[in-house]
Design a protein around this ligand. Structure first.
Ligand code: GLP
Length: 261
């Protein structure tokens, strides 16, 4: 696991954006794993800027999102498919047919989850999975006690996540859907490179638990400790509770540039 600590959220976006841009330049048909939430927004902005400057073409890439609310009409602005189109894929030139999101309509959620897993496999697997982290340590919508081997399935949100996400629903917790479909932790761990981004003091405890705490289903992001290529990119505030902070900083400063992240 590599921990990269940068001065601010914009720098986090630039570093991860350049990594994704390099990946797509090497393979225009790259399969990307996208995350919602506010943490990846500077990454998306960096990529959109590159596309608008003419330095990057994302039109051949395919994108799979991590999760989706159950019970929101697809047209709802906070449905994750709407969100990711609005903040990223439309401006980045990734067409709707290349944007894959979990299907949550209809009664066959179990079948649609299995089909989502199959679609990821058929596409050749995810090359780079972008992740945020919930304040309770969740990734995707894998709440504490999610199986570390879990696959795409329906989950029920914790009260903490409902409260955290109420800000997207007029601060009204009763409007936040209780149920979601999310890629499982086992699904996420199959991506070839996993990049978790976090910014702000509110993420410091979850980041410290995920990076330096024990591997435990109580902190789903700690499962990244099992991944052979996991990169955690933080701003100063999100990194502030890490015990080995000086080591992470000096290791990154001494890293040969050719290694990338
Ligand atoms: C939601 C998403 C997660 C995201 C988390 C944190 O729960 N399902 O993928 O990481 O929010 O969101 P934010 O980055 O806005 O703090």
């Amino acid at each position: 696991m590599e921990i990269v600590v940068l001065a601010d959220h914009v720098s986090v976006g630039e570093l991860v954006g350049s990594t994704i841009a390099d990946l797509v330049q090497n393979d225009p048909a790259t399969v990307l794993g996208l995350a919602t939430g506010s943490s990846p927004l500077p990454v998306y902005q960096d990529l959109i800027d590159r596309v608008e400057r003419g330095g990057l073409d994302l039109s051949g890439a395919t994108a799979f999102t991590l999760d989706e609310y159950v019970g929101l009409p697809p047209s709802h602005p906070e449905a994750y498919r709407s969100f990711i189109r609005r903040v990223f894929t439309l401006a980045a030139g990734i067409s709707d047919d290349r944007l894959k999101t979990p299907e949550v309509a209809g009664s066959d959620i179990v079948g649609s989850c299995a089909r989502y897993e199959q679609a990821i496999r058929s596409a050749g697997g995810v090359a780079l999975q972008l992740l945020g982290i919930g304040s309770d340590g969740h990734i995707g919508f894998n709440e504490p006690t999610s199986s570390l081997g879990s696959r795409t399935r329906m989950k029920t949100l914790t009260d903490q996540t409902l409260a955290d996400n109420a800000r997207f629903f007029d601060d009204d917790i009763d409007q936040v859907p209780n149920h979601v479909v999310t890629q499982g932790i086992g699904t996420i761990l199959e991506a070839r490179h996993v990049v978790l981004v976090a910014a702000g003091q509110s993420k410091a405890d979850a980041v410290a638990a995920a990076v330096e705490g024990p591997l435990t289903a109580m902190v789903p992001a700690s499962a990244l400790q099992l991944h052979p290529h996991a990169t955690i990119v933080l701003d100063d505030a999100a990194a502030s509770k890490l015990t080995l902070l000086d080591y992470y900083r000096s290791a990154y400063a001494r890293k040969p540039e050719w290694q990338g992240i």
